[in-house]
Design a protein around this ligand. Structure first.
Ligand SMILES: [Zn+2]
Length: 123
């Protein structure tokens, strides 16, 4: 049974998760204009980009090549509906949002899944 919250509440929880990130890292994210976006579900554009329909969140980086600049800024997208699907209580939702935010921020800083496992940021 998914645990649902309003978009405002979800945004507040995501904000708390971001606040838990050490200030020097957050300052780099701010300086880079990293966007944290919340979507209810994966859009058809995302599916075109091979984003899994059930993913909890993903990081989309800008192209670093000088020949092709990405049409999008760097962003982390949280899929509210997919995260809620795994949670039955408010506490679980808070924990899952924190985990997802930290996981995607780790990707932003260039960490692979193996790196993330070793630092216990992800699952
Ligand atoms: Zn990942």
């Amino acid at each position: 049974m998914p645990y649902h919250v309003s978009p405002d509440e979800f945004e507040r929880i995501a904000g708390d998760a971001l606040d838990s990130i050490p200030t020097p890292l957050r300052e780099r994210m701010d300086a880079d204009n990293l966007i944290i976006a919340i979507q209810q579900r994966v859009s058809s554009d995302d599916r075109d980009d091979d984003i899994d329909e059930y993913v909890l969140g993903y990081y989309q980086g800008g192209e670093d090549s000088v020949f092709s600049s990405s049409p999008y800024p760097k962003r982390i997208v949280l899929l509210q509906g997919n995260i809620e699907r795994w949670c039955r209580t408010h506490a679980e939702l808070v924990e899952q949002v924190h985990d997802t935010v930290l996981h995607e921020v780790a990707h932003y800083f260039g960490m692979s899944h193996r790196d993330i496992e070793q630092t216990r940021l992800g699952h």
